[in-house]
Design a protein around this ligand. Structure first.
Ligand code: KG4
Ligand code: ZN
Length: 341
């Protein structure tokens, strides 16, 4: 086959991801996570993440190749997340990818983490319609992206002005006494609860909406939840964890889907892709489905394992860069922790 065989490395946060893609087909998505090592600190500790990447890198590459039934010599290119993310964590991935590309004599492609969250949908649902609108919601990002071409034209329409959506999930989980990372725990708890508390929807009305049409704000929501819980505790009543989780989750999901659909309408885009760790949220998936259906928008959401950080997304974007004939990076490729989209 003349489809490029590309290995992708992702180390922007706490997951060491190694994916292998042939053209637009995913062969393997190998992952090693240091999330358990961070749990006792209640958040990702950069130093711990970097060390864990270093330890996991070679074994994860070997496991990926074995599972895919390929040898390193079969690779046509190596792709790596070069930003944004934790500086030390990115450096481990970038240095590893350079060494691999140099040793194999194949091109190296540095890719943007946000763009690769969008590109992963290609190995799940086929070629991305152009343009696509992407809602990217993770622990580090909450952005609405207009994507005319994922290999070289990704435009930010708006993003969070304070906390990322995933960060809000994690902080609210902590307030409710649920473990880190809190998103999946809130999701589960919410399934047992009712939406009975009307928490604030940031930047959705009046002047706020005018000024921040496609931006998000979740810190006011997080504070409102914390105040509500504190008031409950102070009154000596038990905190209805499931109801608080459901009500909080409803507020976040409402804002995200409302703005995503609005952005599609205003930019005349008929395809919405949702990615990032928070896209694993069951309520977000359901509400996005309903609202897209009502608005005549095609919704594309990869399976949860491809929404959270992984190597497949890097390989998927790398393969697109090869297929579209984009220039590779040179071996001086820097890790850029604050790389814009
Ligand atoms: O994309 P990701 O794996 O890493 C970052 O780039 O941040 O996203 C991790 C975030 C965490 O904040 C986690 O709590 C959240 O995604 N998350 C969820 C769910 N699963 C993961 N949030 C809500 N509901 C979920 N089911
Ligand atoms: Zn991510």
């Amino acid at each position: 086959a003349d489809q490029p065989l590309v290995l992708g490395i992702e180390t922007s946060c706490d997951e060491t991801g190694v994916g292998i893609v042939r053209g637009e087909t995913l062969l393997v998505d190998a992952i090693a996570s240091s999330v358990d090592e961070h749990a006792r600190f209640g958040g990702v500790v950069p130093e711990v993440a970097s060390r864990a990447h270093l330890e996991a890198m070679v074994p994860t590459i070997e496991r990926a190749c074995t599972t895919a039934g390929i040898g390193l010599r079969d690779l046509d290119a190596v792709a790596v997340t070069s930003g944004p993310g934790l500086a030390g964590a990115l450096m481990v991935g970038v240095a590893s990818a350079k060494a691999l590309a140099l040793a194999l004599g194949v091109p190296l492609y540095g890719v943007n983490h946000l763009a690769s969250h969008v590109a992963v949908d290609i190995v799940e649902h086929g070629p991305l319609p152009e343009p696509t609108l992407a809602l990217l919601v993770s622990g580090g990002h909450s952005s609405l992206l207009l994507v005319p071409d994922v290999t070289h034209d990704v435009r930010s329409l708006g993003s969070t002005i304070d906390d990322a959506a995933g960060e809000a999930f994690d902080k609210v989980a902590r307030v409710l006494g649920l473990p880190f990372p809190g998103g999946p725990h809130i999701d589960r708890a919410a399934g047992e609860g009712q939406v009975v508390i009307d928490f604030p929807r940031g930047l959705t009305t009046g002047r706020d909406l005018e000024r921040h049409r496609f931006d998000f704000s979740f810190s006011g929501l997080k504070t409102a939840v914390a105040r509500w819980v504190q008031a409950r505790e102070a009154s000596g009543q038990p905190v209805p964890v499931a109801d608080v989780a459901a009500s909080f989750q409803e507020a976040v999901t409402d804002v995200l889907t409302r703005k995503a659909v609005l952005a599609c309408r205003e930019h005349g885009v008929e395809h919405l892709q949702v990615g990032g760790g928070v896209a694993a949220n069951s309520r977000l998936r359901a509400m996005a489905r309903e609202r897209c259906e009502a608005a005549g928008i095609e919704l594309r959401v990869p399976r949860p394992g491809l929404c959270t950080d992984n190597g497949a997304m890097v390989a998927a974007l790398g393969a697109q860069l090869v297929l579209k004939g984009r220039s590779p990076s040179d071996l001086s490729l820097p890790a850029d922790s604050s790389m814009p989209v």
